[in-house]
Design a binder for this molecule. Structure first.
Ligand code: SF4
Length: 440
């Protein structure tokens, strides 16, 4: 029996898919590359991206024929989409060939749901909102990389940014116990993992039942033998603490890299977004981070054309981008998500204005990224090798401590290098990557 998982969205979803793959493999299923040739295909959905509904329902439509030709084929849908009742209603009404629908907090139950479907032939639906018992203790994720792993530390979010659907799809925030996270990281280290990414919608508000905060967790993970790099995602500028920033000085395994979403450089827009920080406090946080770790790389998210955004507001966003000098940025044109407060805002920014601002912002961001990358030319960087280039199997790719993508050549074979630290001299710099050669 073969399975395939189609994953959309963020790293939380990627990790959920790793866990679902682990559950399927424990049931004896084997992975297959083609979703149309699998016996069980799972679509792990995201509702954050542009046109999420359209794309999602379009994908479902493509499986109608598969089901018609192979009635035993099992199609499953999970992730953020089914957490919205209107989506489940629509699936039930228009897509009768979807066998199983389960929520972000029902993943551990998936084997039982699949068994039920296989035994009874009935359609199965299981979506709960606030499961108090989320545990990863029994999960055996099939990791995408041998040497690095995603580790959930919190689930859900309490922030209710006015544009965001996540608090409605992933529920209220819950933190895992620090001891459970550390046990998982120890098991990963014993299995050859050298790099962990601690995941949460807002890692800075981590607080477990024993009162441990995010800085305590980083310090504890920093003590685990075998782990060489610690990353985390995502930070919220309103919650980042002095203790956390100090970890960049004191924790030798903590990578000097942070993703610090700014969303807008305008105070009035930040207020309408319900972000609870202003540009002054954001810039102050950036200063503190740079004092703690002068070589820190910073990436961000920006939304262009949020309702009510004026030319002046947008100029403030360009200004903050130039002041911070981000290493990279994910830029989005605002699009409303049904069910969020911002979807009801009436002062929409016209499409042509959004696109013009978006293009200007991307130009500014790319110019800064290139300038920052040029500073690496001639330097020797420590890179952990991650994979082989798709176009050229003599080129290996990896990441620096600061998460810069480096494509490099080496006299050693890829097998010898995967998951290992390699010293690479940077010979060329581009906007989104660096190039170089291994120096021995
Ligand atoms: S912090 Fe805001 S943007 Fe991030 S997940 Fe929570 S509500 Fe969404």
């Amino acid at each position: 029996m073969r399975y395939h998982i189609i994953t959309y969205g963020c790293q939380m979803n990627e990790h959920d898919s790793e866990n679902i793959a682990g559950l399927l493999e424990a049931m004896g299923y084997e992975h297959v590359d083609d979703p149309y040739k699998a016996d069980v295909t799972v679509i792990n959905t995201c509702s954050v991206r542009d046109n999420a509904d359209k794309r999602f329902f379009g994908t479902l439509g493509q499986f109608k024929k598969v089901k018609k030709n192979r009635p035993d084929f099992v199609l499953c849908v999970c992730g953020c989409m089914p957490q919205q009742p209107r989506v489940v209603e629509e699936i039930n009404k228009r897509f009768s060939w979807v066998d199983i629908v389960f929520g972000t907090q029902n993943i551990a139950e998936f084997p039982e749901l699949l068994e039920k479907r296989l035994k009874t032939g009935l359609r199965v639906r299981a979506i709960i909102d606030n499961n108090p018992d989320i545990s990863e203790a029994d999960m055996k994720p099939v990791r995408m990389h041998r040497h690095k792993a995603l580790v959930n530390i919190t689930y859900g979010c309490n922030n209710f940014c006015t544009y965001c659907i996540v608090p409605y799809t992933r529920g209220r925030e819950k933190s895992r116990m620090m001891s459970d996270v550390c046990d998982e990281v120890r098991r990963l280290a014993a299995d050859g993992v050298v790099e962990v990414m601690l995941l949460g919608q807002n890692v800075d508000s981590y607080r477990d039942a024993a009162g441990h905060r995010f800085a305590d967790l980083i310090k504890a993970v920093n003590e685990i033998d075998g782990i060489e790099r610690i990353r985390f995602m995502t930070s919220h500028p309103k919650d980042i603490s002095e203790e956390m920033i100090d970890c960049f000085r004191t924790c030798d395994k903590l990578c000097h890299n942070i993703h610090l979403p700014v969303q807008s450089g305008s105070d009035s827009i930040l207020k309408r977004m319900n972000r609870h920080y202003d540009r002054a406090s954001y810039l102050e946080t950036v200063d503190k981070l740079r004092k703690a770790a002068p070589d820190i790389t910073i990436s961000t998210d920006v939304i262009v054309g949020f309702p009510g955004e004026t030319d002046e507001d947008f100029e403030q966003t360009l200004d903050i981008a130039r002041r911070v000098e981000y290493d990279s940025a994910f830029t989005f044109i605002y699009s409303p998500r049904e069910g969020t407060p911002a979807a009801k805002f009436t002062d929409k920014v016209p499409d042509d204005v959004c696109h013009e601002r978006f293009d200007r912002l991307v130009d500014v961001m790319n110019e800064i990224s290139l300038k920052k990358n040029r500073e690496y030319k001639g330097k020797v960087c420590e890179v952990i090798a991650e994979g082989v280039s798709r176009n050229d199997d003599t080129v290996i790719s990896g990441r620096t401590d600061g998460f810069k993508l480096v494509n490099f050549t080496s006299e050693r074979s890829p097998e010898q290098l995967m998951g290992r630290k390699v010293m690479v001299e940077i010979t060329e710099t581009k906007t989104f990557s660096l190039e170089g050669r291994e120096v021995l």
